[in-house]
Design a protein around this ligand. Structure first.
Ligand code: NAP
Length: 251
């Protein structure tokens, strides 16, 4: 079979997989949601923007003769992941998820688990403090009900719309971040609490390690649930799965 892969990306893991596929000269394209203004350069063709729901993704799979889909989206991009499950089942295209294990609290961590962004907003209904809000720019407006805090916002791109948070500092930086830098940032800004999605993996973990080192509380937004699908946590395991699904890995 001549493979023609679709990688659903937007993560460090998707970029690593693309590098590996390019090295192995396996035909593949990377799909991005288009959430950042200047996506990283990739060694594979890139398409940007939604497919048009499950129906649109089924059409793309069929029209482009996609043979395999690897869903390496962000763990909070649950709609895309659910759509991929439904579309691949309908088009009978094998699907693998390449995901990162969720972060786990360690003894001494002060994590308050909340199920979603609304839960994080409710958890901030408290006396004024200084909040490191690391949830991505899509969700900033949701925090408007708690204008009493000073928010330190770290974003990949500058905010698109005027921010409804009157007291804030915006830091535009796409990382990678280190424990030392994030520890210094939290000390410099007098951070009292960190709000984070449970993204998992190492790419975004510095803030969690820094909060741990400084004994700071974390409002941890738990991951949305996604139906079970074949899932691996590293690129080589994804390559093994491709080999088991008819792709010649050339080794
Ligand atoms: P989502 O809610 O799962 O997706 C919404 C729609 O965006 C999908 O139905 C799809 O549109 C399109 N989409 C998402 N990922 C795509 C991809 N890789 N290629 C093509 N289209 C894609 O995801 P989201 O709206 O991007 O974000 C949800 C949460 O994940 C947010 O909390 C966000 O901060 C976080 N997050 C996302 C990314 C990312 O790269 N997407 C990165 C970091 C964090 P159609 O239905 O039209 O196909």
């Amino acid at each position: 079979m001549t493979p023609n892969l679709l990688v659903l990306g937007g993560t460090t893991e998707a970029s690593a997989l693309c590098r590996r596929l390019a090295e192995a000269e396996i035909t593949a394209q990377l799909s991005l949601a288009g959430r950042v203004e200047r996506p990283k350069r990739q060694p594979l063709p890139v398409r940007i923007g939604g497919f048009g729901g499950v129906d649109g993704l089924v059409r793309t799979l069929q029209d482009e003769g996609i043979t395999h889909v690897i869903d390496a989206t962000h763990p909070f991009a649950a709609q895309m992941s659910r759509n991929a499950i439904a579309a691949c089942a309908r088009a009978q295209v094998p699907l693998l998820a390449l995901t990162r294990p969720a972060w786990k609290a360690e003894p001494g961590d002060q994590w308050q688990h909340v199920p979603d962004i609304a839960g994080a907003v409710a958890a901030l209904d408290r006396a004024p403090t200084r909040v490191l809000l690391a949830v991505g720019r899509m969700h900033l407006a949701d925090f408007a009900p708690n204008p009493q805090h000073h928010y330190v916002l770290r974003l990949v791109d500058p905010p698109e719309a005027p921010l409804p948070l009157p007291d804030r500092t915006v830091i535009v930086d796409r990382g990678p971040f280190s424990l030392e830098n994030d520890r210094a940032l939290m000390l410099d800004h007098g951070i009292g609490i960190v709000v984070s999605k449970n993204a998992g993996g190492t790419g975004a973990s510095a803030k969690i390690l820094a909060a741990r080192a400084l004994g700071l509380p974390v409002i941890m937004i738990d991951r949305p649930s996604i139906p079970t699908r074949p899932e691996v946590h590293d690129v080589e395991a994804a390559m093994t799965w491709l080999g088991a699904h008819g792709v010649d890995l050339g080794v």
